[in-house]
Design a protein around this ligand. Sequence first.
Ligand code: A2P
Length: 360
Amino acid sequence: MAIGTRLLRTFIICSTFFLLILFFLPNQRRGIPQSLLPYEGSGQSLQHLLHLPSFGAVNQIPVIGFGTSRADKSATRRAVLAALRAGYRHIDAAAAYGNEKEVGNAIAASSVPRPEIWITSKLWNTEHAPDRVRPAIEKTLKDLGTDQLDLYLMHWPIAFTPSNSFFSTSTPSINTSASILETWRAMEDLVRANLTRFIGVSNFAKHEMETLLQNAEIRPFAHEFEIHPYLSQKDFVGWNQQQKINVIAYSPLGNMNPAYDSPDVTPLLKEQRIIDRAAIREATAAQIVLSWAIRRGTIIIPKSTHEHRIRENLGALYTSMSGQDLTVIDLLDKKLRLNNPGKEWGVELFSDLDGATKKE
Ligand code: A2P
């Protein structure tokens, strides 16, 4: 046999063997128990398996995280523990949610080694003054029971005067002379002090991002903002991604969160076009919506206090979607912004983005 033919045959055998190993690599190695795969053997492609977060190494942010906003203290511990047991390895917390101690308790109770979990938290608006930034993260670290975060975000581009009590519900007094850049510089020092591996922002308008990018010594690793099919923000998502900033979508299930007041809008998971896609894909409506978000390259942090939904949402990793599915969901965009406290705070937020409301 000619040497060329023999070489070709060896190459084909080796690459087939390699592909087989990749395909049958036990899912436990990837951090998700076998029993949780809702569509095991039903057409999931290698492409989908590659969407799995890199548990263990944690150099890459896992594409699905567990949200903890507005979850009351007693529900938080239970839900975070259920999420970790179900296979989530990314927890999205914030000092302003008032439940970081419960999140920390759940992480400790889960026995999942700390290096295997990606933990994000956020600096609240009362703590923007540069000399308050380090004490703020130190409190968060203590509450979460860790000595380093993976990601620390500036929660809003707005500084309150520190005299506002942390969880006050009354109209805050805004510190108009505060500078986002000064706060960012203090956050850069947190990376240098090894208190967090990465820093980023949340709820920024485009012009605020541009100012930050022009001046930052450490570029933002991620930008977390509201994204779902009713507020898809295609251009802004793409713009952040072009800047090599990871986009984290909060409230990826849109108005399913009862905290959002949208009485005239169909609950997202009752939207007929989503239900139709779910039937075609043999998935649930939530899995379709979350899978759409993953396929756009965004990281999602759905919250639920119900164990069956916590597991259901994780199944979005294995929901297959066609280009047509994605297009149909893209068409649902209503530029419906559900979380805009600008009016309440007397400031203009998201001024150059979809669904902005002007200051009166
Ligand atoms: P619940 O906790 O009762 O499950 P967020 O916007 O913070 O991510 O919250 C998502 C909201 O959507 C929560 O109110 C949660 O309610 C609800 N939810 C989460 N997962 C599902 C699901 N799979 N099906 C229906 N509702 C869900």
